[in-house]
Design a protein around this ligand. Structure first.
Ligand code: PLP
Length: 261
């Protein structure tokens, strides 16, 4: 039996709710062998991020080469990349190793406000990373930061999605979590011709730490198993909906989404 393998290129969350910890739990839950290339260590808990310690880009490159030379992944996701140097190094290795099923979660700022991608790295994401991506999964603030489009209504979401596709992402998923609708949290998948809606209900909870990480990891898991982007995105939406519904009230702050819901 072929074992599907997925790789996350992301930061560590010591509190276990987001970052590589969320990604590896998601891979495991979805029946995919999980691997990780660490970009940064964060000192973090449910109350927030207390410290960020990025790795040298050589350390990221070497991890990717070690995985690539022995355990080539069937799909890859990127999360917190922190600096322009790490973004460019990761994108360069993804291209050199020929990895095609790449999900880019353009993580920028933690819910508590801490910087997970330096401002000067945003252009590196556009110039280096999106060209090697298959899917990009911005929330609304991230889509605005990457495109300069102020998102107010559907037509501006479409404009942002078009620009992100022009930068090189084959599929763009604009997540609805920040769109202010009190009842729904619908995500929109743009494939170049139009939007397909992934419908979701808004769940009233403050325990949503790691939501974006878990969603993009679930898409990568589906792709690793051979699903199409639309199939993987649909299943990832169901997975994240359940993970938020059953989120964990642990710690004194914002608890994590629950990958084993
Ligand atoms: N910490 C790390 C290492 C992450 O990769 C991410 C998410 O992308 C976060 C924190 C953000 O978590 P939150 O869902 O609380 O914004």
């Amino acid at each position: 039996m072929k074992i599907a393998k997925a790789l996350t290129i992301a930061g560590s969350d010591s509190g276990g709710g987001a970052g590589i910890q969320a990604d590896l739990k998601t891979f495991q839950e979805l029946g995919v062998y999980g691997m990780s290339a660490l970009t940064a260590v964060t000192a973090q808990n449910t109350l927030g991020v207390q410290g960020v310690y990025p790795l040298e880009e050589d350390a990221v490159v070497q991890q990717l080469r070690s995985v690539g030379s022995d355990l080539p992944p069937d799909a890859v996701k990127t999360g917190m990349l922190y600096s322009a140097e790490i973004v460019r190094a990761a994108a360069g290795e993804i291209a050199a190793l020929g990895w095609a099923k790449v999900v880019v979660d353009p993580v920028m700022i933690a819910k508590g406000g801490s910087t997970l991608l330096q401002q000067e790295a945003v252009s590196a994401v556009i110039e280096s990373l999106l060209p090697v991506s298959l899917v990009v999964t911005p929330n609304i603030p991230e889509a605005e930061a990457l495109t300069g489009v102020k998102i107010t209504a559907l037509h501006s979401k479409l404009e942002a999605a078009r620009r992100l596709q022009d930068y090189g992402a084959r599929y763009v998923i604009i997540k609805g979590g920040h769109d202010g609708d009190p009842d729904t949290a619908n995500d929109l998948v743009y494939d170049g011709s139009g939007f397909t809606e992934l419908p979701g209900t808004r769940i009233r909870t403050s325990h949503t730490h790691g939501t974006g990480c878990t969603f993009s990891a679930a898409i990568a898991a589906g792709l690793a198993k051979g699903l199409s982007v639309m199939e993987a995105a649909g299943l990832a939406k169901e997975f994240i909906q359940a993970a938020i519904q059953d989120s964990l009230a642990i710690g004194g702050g914002h608890g994590p989404t629950n990958q084993w819901a």
